[in-house]
Design a binder for this molecule. Structure first.
Ligand code: SF4
Length: 353
């Protein structure tokens, strides 16, 4: 039995939709009291509730394991707060800022790195937004503004258009990047009005889609992405490496190829952040590197994301490999490089040009 086309927000909704067994309801209520829950109708329809390991359910249906927080996990795992000079702004790198107009998302991913802050129904007030825009205006080193959140595409197109127009009017801002999950979790929101709202006059708008499994790219999601790309908005993707969802070379390969087939360039594969209650999703870095190595061997360069770790404490992202080049010393003591090919074979390379 499935509920009508509305977003499921309460454990009782999830039980009624057949996504949670009735016997689990009390345990899920404890999770929902701690972290926001939302499963859109599009996502609910994708879930195979007969499969206890369904990779879509695993991303969105609460699990009692979320209440187990380990000592190394952090409420602000990527250190946003340390770089927030005014409400709604995170200024971590010199040439770009995050602007977070809203903390609401269409869905709440169970592994969310901002799970302690999203889903509380907050949006920047007019005065806070004005202060955030002033911050961007007065920092001429800001070349790119990343609209994040929450999910900025939950905003009404008119409100979004106002923000995009205000950013486009700032001379030194050349690029507006939008981080969103909307085209896959609620593709009907990608209307003509929303697409027009994103088209910044005289500036480039990029859209970075968060998705983690090829099944998320339904026909409706593909059509929504095509509407954006056909309107001149290039798309990239970011995925999170998640145990039980995509920690498998064949699954990752299918995901990356599906993205490229839709004209979406895989950008980041994130190592799981140390968000509270998410240990059951995290892999080891060595496992992530082995998966990247497997992709390198079997997939086009277009399908290769960069495997990155957001360094806890707010120190930014770094690529975490694997590495293919190393220094070696020959039997006569001379140094040279050794480079590994996609079959794992090593080849010498001279140390000087
Ligand atoms: S869409 Fe992004 S911000 Fe929202 S819950 Fe998922 S990961 Fe977190």
């Amino acid at each position: 039995m499935r509920a009508a086309r509305r977003t499921l927000r309460r454990p009782s909704d999830l039980v009624a939709a057949g996504l949670v067994p009735p016997a689990r309801r009390t345990a899920i209520e404890a999770v929902a009291a701690r972290y926001a829950v939302a499963v859109t109708a599009d996502v609910a329809e994708l879930i195979d509730s007969a499969d206890p390991r369904d990779p879509i359910a695993r991303q969105f249906v609460p699990d009692p394991a979320e209440l187990e927080t380990s000592a190394q996990e952090l409420p602000d795992p990527i250190g946003d707060d340390a770089h927030s000079p005014v409400a709604g702004i995170v200024h971590r790198y010199p040439d770009r800022v995050l602007l977070k107009p809203v903390d609401v998302c269409a869905v709440y991913c169970r592994f969310c790195f901002r799970r302690e802050t999203v889903g509380q129904g907050r949006a920047l007030s007019r005065a806070e937004l004005a202060a955030a825009l002033d911050y961007i205006r007065t920092h001429s080193e800001i070349w790119e503004v990343i609209l994040s959140g929450g999910d900025p595409l939950v905003l009404a197109p008119r409100r979004l258009a106002e923000i995009v127009a205000a950013l486009a009017a700032i001379e030194h801002v050349k690029v507006i990047r939008v981080h969103t999950r909307i085209p896959v979790v609620e593709p009907a929101r990608v209307t003509g009005a929303l697409v027009r709202a994103l088209q910044a006059r005289g500036k480039a708008t990029y859209l970075v889609l968060h998705m983690n499994h090829a099944r998320e790219l339904t026909a409706k999601a593909r059509a929504a992405c095509a509407r954006l790309i056909d309107a001149g908005i290039p798309m990239l993707s970011q995925s999170v490496l998640l145990r039980g969802v995509n920690d498998d070379a064949a699954v990752l390969a299918e995901l990356m190829r599906a993205l490229v087939e839709c004209r979406i360039k895989p950008y980041y594969l994130h190592h799981g952040d140390l968000a509270p209650g998410t240990a059951h999703w995290r892999t080891g870095i060595d496992e992530g590197q082995a998966l990247m190595r497997a992709l390198r061997g079997r997939l086009s360069g277009l399908c290769q994301p960069t495997y990155v770790l957001d360094i806890p404490g707010g120190h930014g992202k770094s690529p975490i490999g694997p590495g293919y080049l190393r220094h070696v010393r020959g039997s006569n003591g001379t140094a040279r490089y050794e480079i590994e090919d996609f079959n794992g074979r090593r080849h010498g390379y001279p140390p000087t040009p």
